[in-house]
Design a protein around this ligand. Structure first.
Ligand code: OGA
Ligand code: NI
Length: 337
């Protein structure tokens, strides 16, 4: 099974295997490339009040934004991408140690989706996932190779945790909630999910990642200067062009629900390219499974702002998400009042 990893065999094929060819209506097509200046970019060195306004606007209009001047060093970002590239370039035998599709395993390496054996078509993607907060608790389960993996990913996890706190605070300010609102149970879990998309023989017929909304609170993505991420807006797929050293922040379903629809979760996917490997490092900010979730009481008081969703526990939501295969509208529908 571990030999199914795309990064293990893609160099040996010239044509895309049948099991990776999507039906015509699901193929990527030409995305819209936004005019420069029309996609939301937030500079984290500006006044926090301005950032809060911009982030709320971007999250309402687009469901995502990119952050620049976030304070994490370029060197650390480069080292992170390099060590992760090296991970996927290791010999199949070395990677086989980490291969797992057991949802309970503490470090998982898999290909396409966790449901590989039952899916009709496969996605041109390998993924590595493990928790990273608190580090000392999870580090013993992380890959031991490449030799610098633990050192670099520890530093990256610590720095991104600080950035996550900063972004959470700006969002709570923008929504008019108290500082630290999203700390605690709502952001207890931090998961690293690294997506690797090797060069694909026919990017027009394949997909890297299915169209989905992120079920968690929000996600920060580090794109490795290679195009591939797209968002669905006004009935069209739009490319999210990489900005060097920027993070893409994706609003997840929980932020849409807690903000009572003030912020919007965005449907997105990944496509492939034929030239170079694309690494996309995802940091998922996730509530604890017992966390009680509902629209924030400060946002639903009065008679005009009635709650749009009923309360639930995060684990119930995850169950609904899984049974609806991540279908955004269907999932939200089950919690609408
Ligand atoms: C994700 C995701 C996008 C990408 O991991 O949820 O949307 O470009 N990744 O890999
Ligand atoms: Ni996603």
């Amino acid at each position: 099974m571990e030999n199914n990893l795309v990064s293990n065999w893609c160099k040996n094929v010239q044509t895309l295997p049948e099991s990776y060819i999507f039906p015509e209506d699901e193929r990527p097509g030409e995305p819209i490339v936004p005019l420069s200046g029309s996609s939301p970019i937030i500079d984290l060195t500006t006044h926090q009040h301005d950032q809060a306004q911009q982030i709320i606007k971007a999250s309402q209009d687009f469901g995502y934004f990119q952050v620049i001047n976030h304070g994490i060093s370029e060197t650390l970002l480069e080292e992170t991408v390099d060590v992760l590239k090296e991970f996927f370039e290791m010999p199949a035998k070395e990677k086989a140690k980490y291969y797992s599709v057991d949802p309970n395993s503490k470090c998982k390496l898999y290909t396409s989706t966790m449901n590989y054996s039952n899916e009709d078509k496969h996605y041109w993607r390998d993924a590595l996932a493990h928790h990273c907060h608190p580090i000392q608790h999870f580090l013993p389960f992380w890959p031991e190779k490449p030799t610098r993996y633990r050192e670099v990913i520890s530093a990256y996890s610590i720095e991104t945790r600080k950035l996550i706190t900063k972004i959470s605070d700006v969002i709570s300010e923008g929504l008019g909630l108290e500082k630290g609102y999203f700390g605690g149970e709502l952001s207890k879990v931090q998961m690293l999910l690294v997506n690797c998309y090797p060069p694909c023989p026919d990017p027009n017929l394949a997909l890297g990642m299915h169209s989905h909304c992120d079920p968690n609170l929000f996600t920060i993505l580090l794109q490795d200067n290679v195009c591939g991420l797209q968002i669905f807006k006004d009935g069209k797929w739009i490319a999210v062009e990489p900005i060097p050293n920027a993070f893409v922040v994706i609003i997840g379903c929980q932020l849409q629900i807690i903000s009572n629809n003030k912020l919007k979760s965005v449907i997105h996917r990944a496509v492939t390219n034929s030239k170079e490997t694309r690494i996309c490092v995802g940091n998922f900010v996730i509530p604890s499974s017992d966390c009680h979730i509902e629209p924030a009481s400060d946002l639903v008081n009065g008679t005009t702002n009635i709650p749009a969703y009923k309360p639930y526990q995060y684990k119930e939501f995850l169950h609904t998400y899984a049974t609806n295969h991540g279908d955004f509208e269907a999932v939200l529908q089950s919690y609408k009042l």
